[in-house]
Design a protein around this ligand. Sequence first.
Ligand code: C5P
Length: 243
Amino acid sequence: MNNKNIPLDERIILALDVSEPDAAKEWVRKTEGKIKFYKVGLQLFLAGWFDVVDWIIDRGHKVMVDLKFFDIPETVRLAMMQLQDRGVSFATVHGNDPIIRASLAARSGNDSALKILAVTVLTSFGEEDMRAMGLTGSIEDLVYFRAKRALELGCDGVVSSGLEAARLRQGLGDKLLIVTPGIRPGANVDDGSDDQTRIMTARKAIANGADYVVVGRPITRAADPLSVIAGLQEEIGAALQVL
Ligand code: C5P
């Protein structure tokens, strides 16, 4: 059973991958009746800095700041301090044990409202990318290994594709938050249309144990974004009923 009583309107984290704060605000205004969780990544953060994050939070929504911190531990700790105590719900870190430990040290306590998620293996990353980096094992094993370490170190959760979510949920228990990008409605295989590789439908990702799905382009590039959101929420609702 993996139902953390997360409301349906928080299950989809809409990736605001736009170049201007005004465009992000337009997306929030357009979708906020249906969605209450937004992701600010590198592009928008560089354009809108904390002003855009604060604006979304002030409207009563949750924000995932996805900057995937990766640097020497002390730099990561100091960067994470900047996100502490300002109403951000999720932040992401990418790296080995000392980097993850440093990011956790930035929090005021284990019950901090800021949840720290470790990036396991990017969802754009495929087996051939593993080989190109000289890694010999499977992506699934690497994701599991990194997620287990992250949990042991005290991370609240991980970012991982839906393909690995089932194994993570089974092996690592219910407490771990699993946040899954690479959602492609109607597709369980990569059709090569964009940079995402380890993709899955929202229904399958949630059925596999994901708590949240991060969705960007399938919504922002749709002719009718609100109906895509409605369809995704229907899928998520159906998957949760079976759990
Ligand atoms: O547009 P799309 O639905 O592919 O957006 C996915 C979002 O999730 C992007 O903002 C990307 O940065 C983010 N993400 C990801 N894979 C990760 C972590 C975050 O695709 N491992």
